[in-house]
Design a protein around this ligand. Structure first.
Ligand SMILES: NC(=O)c1ccc[n+]([C@@H]2O[C@H](COP(=O)([O-])OP(=O)(O)OC[C@H]3O[C@@H](n4cnc5c(N)ncnc54)[C@H](OP(=O)(O)O)[C@@H]3O)[C@@H](O)[C@H]2O)c1
Length: 252
């Protein structure tokens, strides 16, 4: 059985990845505050992932029937959009716990639980272009995604040094995806975020990616990590024909 742990299955990309993997026949455990998809192979754990103590208490259980195990660190927040002097300090602290501390802690716990098992394992961090390029009004968010990228690169280096070729880690930026996070961005003012009109136009023109097509690309990484050499990249680098050539057929 292929097992997936996905954070943030309540909406958006995380929910779409959960649905896609369930369609492919995986067993999925979702972690978020609101409920995930309803399916016989889906288990939901209700948890506030910005609560460090709750995250530290989470235990990855033994999976004796596993043929592949993956962790998708997807849950994230953009928080209060504002230039730094006006930013909400409490939300910035919560954002760092959710976007950085939690994936770092879960990655360590996942490796401790499963690294001795000789089955393919993938940790997929949902990164962002905002971790590579500065965006005004998104200071804490940009910094959190840059931190996630660097942690990914460090773990990738460690796995290669220790010869654990059966475990791969990636940070993959999805692009601009039509989710509640994008709706939140469009509600900001030009004073909070200078490019808000551009984001509204993209939405108006219907050029945002769907969570479902993003999930297809993430599924390819989870099923075929051997196709990807670099630990940090963007989903737009995955060609659509590559997705269709390699993607696992839907079982049910
Ligand atoms: N959409 C884009 O254009 C875009 C671009 C680049 C990167 N991303 C990244 O993609 C990831 C998913 O975002 P999305 O676009 O799909 O937005 P979304 O629909 O707002 O999803 C955020 C997910 O995170 C979960 N979450 C938020 N706060 C949480 C908390 N305290 N505890 C547990 N779970 C929490 C939410 O579930 P609950 O509310 O149920 O807890 C939800 O499932 C994020 O890491 C985001 O940074 C998105």
């Amino acid at each position: 059985m292929r097992h997936a742990y996905i954070t943030g299955t309540g909406s958006g990309i995380g929910r779409a990845v959960a649905v896609r993997l369930l369609e492919e026949g995986w067993k999925v455990t979702g972690l978020s505050r609101s409920a995930g998809p309803v399916h016989e192979r889906y288990t939901h754990i209700t948890i506030d992932l910005s609560d460090e103590a709750a995250v530290m208490h989470f235990v990855f259980p033994p999976l004796p029937d596993a043929t592949r195990i993956v962790l998708v660190n997807n849950a994230g927040m953009l928080g209060h959009i504002a230039h730094t002097a006006q930013a909400d300090a409490a939300q910035q602290a919560t954002l760092f716990r959710l976007n950085v501390t939690t994936p770092v802690l879960l990655t360590g716990a996942f490796l401790r639980a499963y690294q001795a098992m000789p089955v393919p394992q993938v940790i997929l961090n949902v990164s962002s272009g905002a971790g590579k390029n500065p965006v005004d009004g998104w200071g804490a968010y940009c910094a959190s995604k840059a931190a996630l990228d660097m942690h990914t690169r460090v773990v990738d280096t460690e796995l290669r040094m220790s010869g654990k070729a059966h475990i791969r880690i990636f940070a993959v930026a999805p692009g601009v995806v039509d989710t509640p996070m994008q709706a939140h961005i469009r509600q900001s003012s030009p004073e909070q975020f200078s490019r808000v009109e551009e984001f509204k136009n993209w939405h108006h023109e219907g050029i945002l990616l769907s969570p479902e097509e993003t999930a297809l690309k993430y599924s390819l990484v989870l099923n075929h990590p051997e196709l990807f050499e670099q630990p940090v990249f963007a989903a737009k680098e995955i060609q659509t024909d590559q997705v269709h050539r390699f993607n696992t057929p839907i079982h049910q």
